[in-house]
Write a protein of this length. Structure first.
Length: 72
């Protein structure tokens, strides 16, 4: 199971997947906005989105779990 975590504190600008979606390694999953920069977070491996723990516009801290991906 893969846990996509925030790499830094910031706002969730965009979520590009939904629950049940298939994702591929290196696919952009979430885009954070911090200090007026957009930081894409990518999948580490292929899988299926099981849970989305945040909403667009939420503030997150470094290390917060954003999305849970099951191998697939």
């Amino acid at each position: 199971m893969q846990l996509l975590k925030a790499s830094m504190a910031g706002n969730v600008w965009k979520i590009t997947v939904g629950i049940g979606d298939t994702v591929e390694e290196d696919q952009d999953i979430v885009i954070l906005e911090s200090m007026k920069m957009e930081i894409p977070l990518t999948a580490e491996e292929d899988g299926i989105v099981k849970e989305i723990k945040v909403n667009e516009g939420d503030f997150v801290n470094e290390g917060d779990i954003l999305i849970v991906i099951e191998p697939g």
